[in-house]
Design a protein around this ligand. Sequence first.
Ligand SMILES: *[C@@H]1O[C@H](CO)[C@@H](O)[C@H](O)[C@H]1NC(C)=O
Ligand SMILES: *[C@@H]1O[C@H](CO)[C@@H](O)[C@H](O)[C@H]1NC(C)=O
Ligand SMILES: *[C@@H]1O[C@H](CO)[C@@H](O)[C@H](O)[C@H]1NC(C)=O
Length: 536
Amino acid sequence: MSIYVSRQLLLCIFLFSSTLLSLSHGRFTPNFRVQAVNLGGWLVTEGWIKPSLFDGIPNKDFLDGTGLQFKSVTIGKYLCAELGGGTIIVANRTSASGWETFKVWRINATSFQFRVFNKQFVGLDAAGNGIDVVAVSNAPGSGTFEIIRKPDDLSRVRIKAPNGFFLQAKSEVLVTANSKGDGAWGEDDPSVFEMTFSDRLHGEFQVTNGYGPEMAPHIMKLALTSSTLSLEHLCLFGYPFSLCFHVVKEHWSTYIVEEDFKFISSNGLNAVRIPVGWWIASDPTPPKPYVGGSLQALDNAFLWAQKYNIKVIIDLHAAAGSQNGFEHSSSRDGSQEWGQTDENIQETVAVIDFLTARYAKSPSLYAVELLNEPRSPGATLESVIKYYRDGYNAVRKHSSTAYVVMSNRLGPMDPKELFPLASGLQGTVIDVHYYNLFWPEVFDSMTVQQNIDFINTNRSAQLNEVTTANGPLTFVGEWVAEWQVKDATKEDYQRFAAAQLKLWGRATFGWAYWTLRNVNNHWSLEWMIKNGYISL
Ligand SMILES: *[C@@H]1O[C@H](CO)[C@@H](O)[C@H](O)[C@H]1NC(C)=O
Ligand SMILES: *[C@@H]1O[C@H](CO)[C@@H](O)[C@H](O)[C@H]1NC(C)=O
Ligand SMILES: *[C@@H]1O[C@H](CO)[C@@H](O)[C@H](O)[C@H]1NC(C)=O
């Protein structure tokens, strides 16, 4: 960027701040309830929401976190990291689960490392004969592997080791990297394995690392072109930010657009919850493989929110290390490592500090959600409480008015475990997510009426428990009119949605549908509204 352009950018930022300085006001007893929609799958990728985003990735079966299992065709048993890792690889398991699963770390389209259950990386036994296959290294860098698929049967593979030779299962207890791998893929070839996929992740890490450093920026970002930067573009509508830039149409600039905010405001919604990832705070040069530019997209959202009188709840959906191991927190391989060190917690506080400082003066900033769905027991109550306290203070440094939202943990927890902290602080909100899904024993066999009864009885009791006179406000920050019922009619969906809306109306802070747009129709509030399934 030229000096000329940078000056204008500074002016932009200055005007942005001063325009909004006078507009903040106290609001700890909300005079309205949030009826919001999540902008899921926008600034934090979730492949199931927009699968086409992954279409152009070369060799896209092998993304970070893909779980692979290999059955030796000669022995008929699975490769296994003995003891889950820390020692040799064996070939003596008749069925495959955790220890028999190898998670891909993608180096480039063809070279991978494999991580085993206890998190060691597969390599060759350097201290021994140099060809025994082991999983002893705690750090990546023990060499990369390639997977060669049989052209006419993609589940038949050979695995090329860092020494240039192929793995072979010589016996149940001896797996070595010393095959030439040049046979005819027969049943008698110990270098041939039957490969199955056990897990796949399609999150932000996978999409950006999958495309790699050359392509990912073009797929994801708003490309800024300086040609359209001129003084005339500044401060139109008193809100110069996006108007300073000409945007190239890529994911962030096409998936959610100004028109969506118009749609939102004209269909009975008054707020958006926007999931963001920790890397946004180091825009425009986030750590690899992340891509710069999501901050610009968020700036645009604030601009449109103000124009259409929509409130914004910023939601830190992905924290460094991953707070739940899911793709929606940008876990690389299913690991959950957030909150294990104070450094990591403070790094996350710094993201909240950055975001609140940037948007505190926008009249649209309504709330900051410190962290979405930390998962118990990996995210301990102690680390979550420590983080929420520090995160709260970071928000209050810049804003005395923004609500501070604290998501309850997933997994085993007490739904009121955050109350001792939250009740003592001004302007706090507890976020609870209620889906009639993800609990197969309970939901998979339910009828339409049982689902609705569950809302009216069980969810009602749960919401009542956390909605108290002197405690934090309550927010049903994620819900959807989707279930496991097969062949439900439109009327069934309408009744289910209506029952939920009626109950969520009792949440003292409000609710947010998951999500605005989704290839799965019932998960798309836009589709549900346009097709008459939901009206507000
Ligand atoms: C597989 O081989 C290892 C190494 O000899 C042995 O300790 C383990 O018990 C064997 N497991 C089975 C299921 O045979
Ligand atoms: C992929 O990575 C491997 C290992 O670092 C390297 O040898 C190879 O040249 C890379 N391939 C491409 C296409 O960059
Ligand atoms: C739902 O509530 C009913 C009535 O209190 C209770 O019998 C049932 O066990 C609850 N279901 C679950 C899955 O908790």
